[in-house]
Ligand binder design. Structure first.
Ligand code: MTE
Length: 316
């Protein structure tokens, strides 16, 4: 198993943002009459269901010894309860969602709280491809070429104080655009959190895209968290609020059912969910569990020191 550590990512793979076909910018350019609309995402990727992997991502895929999931898999089989609870609901029901303009409120224990426009947050950060596994607590998984930047760069910029022990994230609340929020399926807004050392870890990113294009609404446009060694529910989508706090935040799924979901949510084949084993997983598009789940989702070497001395059965 080849696991890429961030310092090992050759700079040749860190592609300047301008080189990417940016979906929203592209659509704007096309509307303004610019040439080249034929190269838009649908032309690049075929129909959304296409199983074809574009060549530059095929190169990245060769760094992991596992095939990438297709753009179709990544964007049509989702969890995003704000748009409904079925896996195809986010893809079908998120068309009215407006991910721009976008502002993130940053507050709590930091020296530079404020309202930050997304463009402002993106200026000065290095956007790069990161191929990570996403392992859902429901035992399905995918390998996804995310596009984003290290959360640590945002944290450093806003200067957390010595009292900041955790970071807390909130998803936007817009029932008029998010049909799932019109019912109390979950306690809105969706909330997630990380311990500060987890948040500062170089593998933790805020993603703005997938397959080099802006995130589609169903994947958490325009900004979502990706923590590759944790179960997918930590990957809070469409983030509008970030707070630095002293106490462990109560995350949505723990609040929903503390017997079944914890705060840490580290992928661990040895700790079962109360209703099912976590030892094996179903790598989409397979219909069957066809993979042995790896400790920390395969990122043990990079992250185990964060949990030295912790009882991982207790701290689920
Ligand atoms: N974020 C919000 N706001 N609402 C959600 O329902 N679902 C989580 C996470 N982030 C969820 C969310 C779960 S359970 C998973 S597995 C991942 O998003 C799925 O991410 P993906 O659909 O991009 O694969």
């Amino acid at each position: 198993m080849i696991i890429r550590r961030p310092p090992d990512i050759p700079s040749s793979e860190i592609t300047p943002e301008s080189v990417y076909v940016n979906r929203r910018k592209f659509i704007k350019a096309a509307a303004a009459g610019a040439a080249g609309f034929a190269l838009g995402p649908s032309a690049l990727y075929g129909a959304e269901q296409s199983q074809e992997i574009p060549p530059r991502f095929a190169r990245l895929q060769s760094e992991l010894d596992e095939p990438l999931n297709s753009y179709g898999d990544v964007t049509t089989y989702n969890n995003f309860y704000e748009f409904g609870t079925a896996k195809d609901d986010p893809h079908r029901n998120s068309g009215d969602f407006q991910p721009e303009p976008w502002t993130v409120s940053i507050g709590g224990e930091c020296n530079k709280p404020g309202e930050y426009h997304l463009e402002d947050l993106l200026s000065g950060v290095t956007l790069e491809d990161r191929v990570y596994r996403l392992r859902c607590v429901e035992a399905w998984s995918m390998v996804i070429p995310w596009y984003g930047f290290q959360l640590s760069s945002l944290i450093n910029r806003v200067e957390p104080t010595g009292n900041a022990r955790y970071i807390r994230f909130e998803t936007v609340v817009r029932p008029e655009e998010m049909p799932g929020q019109r019912a109390p399926i979950l306690n809105w807004p969706y909330v997630e959190g990380l311990r500060m050392d987890e948040a500062m870890h170089p593998l933790t990113i805020l993603a703005t895209g997938v397959y080099g294009m802006d995130l589609p609404n169903q994947n958490g446009a325009p900004l979502r968290l990706v923590v590759p060694w944790k179960y997918g529910f930590k990957g809070v989508k469409s983030i509008v609020r970030i707070d630095f706090v002293q106490d462990m935040p109560l995350n949505t799924w723990k609040r929903q059912n503390a017997n079944e979901y914890g705060f840490y949510a580290n992928v661990n084949p040895n700790v079962s969910h109360p209703r099912w084993s976590q030892a094996r997983e179903r790598r989409l598009p397979s219909l069957f569990k066809n993979f042995d789940t790896m400790m920390f989702n395969g990122y043990t070497e990079q992250v185990q020191s964060l949990y030295a001395g912790m009882d991982l059965e207790r701290w689920k």
